[in-house]
Design a protein around this ligand. Structure first.
Ligand code: NAP
Ligand code: ZN
Ligand code: ZN
Length: 351
């Protein structure tokens, strides 16, 4: 074991503060990574505040991790000391069920082991995430990181990137289609970039009038202020696909009404409370309402390689870890442009 430093919440109503803890030494198949950057996902906030009612404390979030390999176990074949490496939302899965065998580890039938709030299988206790100076992960769950991109902007690809890339690929979004992205936060701005890169006519739905210009700069062909009923009505029954990234309560049926016959609305935003759906909106146009969870390891690598080839990264505001609680409050006010990324060298100031 070795001692690590990080920031953690001790209870649901606590802010995050300095925390020191043990990690396992790398086993034969493990890689030890010095963390350089970690993105701040809205899921980190949901989990730290127990909004999904399953948090184990202390809770040390962070699953958009970029770093450099410092140690490798004897059986590691894909990484060597000094390589860049990425870790997303998963650090393990059963590897034998049908979903794992298909490369869909996120849907592992025994449940994947999450990067934080999961089970540390070797030394016991809870898994602790990326708001820390180092992490140890089995190489099967570590991604290769392209060297040509800005690393602070690559970190959010490990969750916000793959969570939007995967459903857009699964539902075969591309040229000739009209595609909507709801919410311009961390996930939403990556959704806009990918839908645009895949050649779809991309429409952003936002509640924030101040984000219209940025929405277009990021790749939207049109921006709709969703609070405005007449702007919404102008798009009735016209979309092939809509990806909803909203983190809070909102009326999903207003977006279902915008789908064509047989169109699909996929929910990736994960609000705390159940939301109602207007069933007649589904019935009368045979519309689909679906969900999607991050993406598998192979698809995450495909996404990173796609980003390297097309020069795509997240638009980030780099913060020191000491500003994490302020960043959470700003995220709740939709004041994020468009992902906070923690520069982990700031941890040394806390030591
Ligand atoms: P975020 O950066 O806070 O962005 C969410 C955006 O949604 C906001 O910027 C805002 O955009 C809009 N919004 C927020 N509350 C709203 C409300 N009540 N009504 C209407 N619009 C609202 O969050 P994120 O990191 O992108 O995460 C979004 C959600 O996805 C979270 O619930 C997170 O837990 C979930 N998530 C799911 C997965 C998955 O695998 N399915 C993976 C990662 C994250 P505008 O200002 O443009 O309106
Ligand atoms: Zn996330
Ligand atoms: Zn499995």
């Amino acid at each position: 074991m070795f001692v690590c430093a990080g920031f953690a919440a001790q209870s649901a109503d606590d802010t995050l503060g300095p925390f020191s803890f043990n990690r396992r030494d790398p086993g034969p198949k493990d890689i030890q990574i010095e963390i350089l950057y970690c993105g701040v996902c809205h899921s980190d906030l949901h989990q730290a505040r127990n909004e999904w009612h399953n948090t184990v404390y202390p809770c040390l979030p962070g699953h958009e991790i970029i770093g450099r390999v410092t140690k490798t176990g004897a059986e590691v074949t894909r990484f060597k000391q000094g390589d860049l490496a990425g870790v997303g939302c998963m650090v393990d899965s059963c590897r034998t069920c049908a979903s794992c065998r298909e490369g869909l580890e996120q849907y592992c039938e025994k449940g994947f082991n999450p990067t934080y709030n999961g089970k540390e299988t070797v030394i016991g206790g809870t898994t602790f995430g990326g708001y820390s100076n180092a992490i140890v992960v089995d190489e099967a769950f570590v991604l290769r990181v392209p060297g040509n991109l800005d690393l602070a902007g690559v970190a959010p690809l490990l969750c916000a990137g793959i969570t939007t890339y995967s459903p857009l690929r699964h539902w075969k979004v591309g040229a000739g289609q009209k595609v909507g992205i709801v919410g311009l936060g961390g996930l939403g701005h990556m959704g806009v970039k990918f839908a645009h890169a895949f050649g779809a006519h991309t429409v952003l739905f936002t509640t924030s009038e101040s984000k219209v210009k940025d929405g277009k700069r990021l790749g939207a062909d049109e921006v709709v202020i969703s609070k405005n009923p007449s702007e919404m009505a102008a798009h009735a029954s016209s979309f092939d696909f809509i990806l909803d990234t909203v983190a809070g309560p909102h009326e999903i049926s207003r977006y279902l009404d915008l789908l064509k016959r047989d169109g699909t609305l996929t929910q990736v935003g994960a609000p705390e409370k159940p939301m109602s759906v207007e069933i007649f909106s589904l019935i009368f146009k045979r519309r689909n309402f679906a969900g999607s969870l991050i993406g598998g390891i192979a698809e995450t690598q495909e996404m990173l390689d796609f980003c390297a080839a097309h020069n795509i990264t997240a638009d980030v505001e780099v913060i020191p870890i000491q500003k994490i609680n302020e960043a959470y409050e700003r995220m709740l006010r939709s004041d994020v442009k468009y992902r906070f990324t923690i520069d982990m060298s700031s941890l040394k100031q806390t030591a």
